[in-house]
Ligand binder design. Sequence first.
Ligand code: HEM
Length: 408
Amino acid sequence: MSARRPSLRRRALLLGGAAAAVGSGTAVAFAARDDGADGTPVTALPASAAGTESIPFHGTHQPGIDTLPAQAHAVFLGLDLRPDSGLADVRRLMRLLSDDAARLMGGRPPLGAEDPELPALPSRLTVTFGFGPGLFDAAGRAADCPAVVRELPAFPNDRLDPRWSGGDLLLQVCSDDPVPLSYAVRRLVRDARSIASVRWTQRGFNPARGSEPAGTTPRNLFGQRDGTGNPAPGAELAEAVWVRDGPEWLMGGSMLVLRRIRMDLETWDDFGRDGKEMAVARRLDTGAPVTGGTEFDEVDTRMVDERGFPVVAANAHVVLATDRTPAERMLRRGYSYDDGPTADGVPDAGQLFAAYQADAATAFVPVQARLPESDVMNLWISHVGSAAFVVPPGCAEGEFVGQSLLGA
Ligand code: HEM
């Protein structure tokens, strides 16, 4: 082992020179480093290995939102502040967790931890924080919590279970590799524990990175390409997602609506293929509209068949969900979940529907309000959990997430 050390070191140095940042939200490949307690390199991988890719924590916006494609694995954690928490506790918590997040995303353990191997290959790890109403209240800033985050309207067909709903503080932790992700979650929760307790944990996944060419729209558990209609990365996404018109402390922030949507996979599996495609108005194989064209073409809602009947039903999911005003646009950055079969062998699975938007009152709420009444997809889905959060802007080095609201 010791005979290999010098060459690994040399290699680390050489590769280290090649690593370069290429902008906010962009993955940066770093090389093997001498982080081991005795100076032994923790990893010795070419900088091109997917595990070495890291996303910068600091920036105008929080990471994990325009970090695309969405990483393959996610853990969403809803935390509750301990009942007697005040502004100083919330500040201390966010300062500590922001520091942890910056280190973990950079492939390093948090301060005071001595296990460099586990975080060493972050695989595009991101940590994103969201503030629920309870955090605003504890910080003495109740009036700053937008009404839509304080209470999302109730929608017909909601089957919400309190065990998947609400929360004072959201942690969305994502990575292409479940090992550094698991480590990050346990360290963040450990550091939060004296001030906050865990209300719920929801794990999600997307297709493995590299299973299809980069840029391919992921499939959900119905087998559909899910995300085709999302705003394109760049100006379109920025306009839909980031707050540009609102209180100063929220500029560059966003809002997250997280819905746990159970999908009835057995009845879906037994339904005919044509019906499945008509329910959404998009093909299962390619994601292209049933009215023709390729994946990123729009569905032609005016097309009629040879008898003069519309090809696409007025209550097909895409017809109802498509934005009717620019303010309705949102970025769907969801994950599938599968908690295994229930005792009677029925899948307990579905989607962690995570939508980011500048204002949930003008995006998620009106779109969701159109769906419960008539969306064909209701045959197979039910909303069983719900939470909404303000996502503060990103922070600069030396600052913490939420500082613009909470003060230093
Ligand atoms: C388990 C539940 C759901 C499933 C399986 C699902 C599936 C899909 C699929 C397959 C598409 C077409 C491809 C695409 O553009 O991504 C789509 C589009 C869309 N869905 Fe959903 N969806 C679900 C719930 C929701 C909810 C709750 C909302 C919002 C309240 C929503 C909003 C949208 C939007 C905005 C589009 C894009 C429409 C466009 O083309 O402009 N979906 N969904």
